[in-house]
Design a protein around this ligand. Structure first.
Ligand code: 4NP
Length: 160
């Protein structure tokens, strides 16, 4: 593997949580001046939304925070993604389970919120980033805040 560290953000549809996580991670990495150390992408377990832009509520909350969401949805691509990415970050337990069933190397699969330093000691599904797809705009705001804390903690760990 190269010096660039690969981070893949994974959710179910790749239009709400993981593209937001990707945008937040890229934004915080840029603020820290470490963007060039990372290869960052996101994907979904499912392929329903492949080729689509993120959900407009995800783009709206990102825009309110000065962040643009760069990538179009795609489905996880097992062999290629296991080769390219050092860390496979699942947004929830169900996504984690799906990645493992698809053969992802277990030592590289982690839950996004396990990097939130304020959640020390929290385990199980309490670590899920809740799926905001069927809820209102407020759900996206809460998800954004969760992702900010988790990405900040992740960057602390990866740049230590
Ligand atoms: P995401 O949310 O996994 O955070 O992108 C979802 C988006 C779409 C669907 C499910 C979850 N869907 O079933 O279409």
């Amino acid at each position: 593997m190269s010096d660039v560290y690969g981070v893949l953000l994974v959710c179910l549809g790749n239009i709400c949580r993981s593209p937001l996580a990707e945008g937040v991670f890229l934004h915080l990495a840029s603020e820290r001046g470490v963007s060039d150390r990372f290869l960052v992408d996101s994907c979904g377990i499912g392929r329903w939304h492949a080729g689509e832009q993120p959900d407009e509520r995800a783009m709206a909350v990102a825009k309110q925070n000065g962040i643009t969401l760069p990538s179009l949805a795609r489905q996880v691509n097992p062999k290629q993604d296991w080769d390219r990415f050092d860390l496979l970050l699942a947004m929830d337990y169900s996504n984690r389970h799906a990645l493992l069933k698809l053969g992802a190397p277990e030592e590289r699969v982690r839950l996004m919120r396990s990097y939130d330093p304020t959640l020390n000691g929290v385990t199980g599904e309490d670590l899920d980033v809740p799926d905001p797809y069927y809820g209102g705009a407020d759900g996206f705001g809460r998800v954004f805040e969760m992702l900010e804390r988790a990405c900040d903690g992740l960057l602390d760990e990866l740049t230590r």
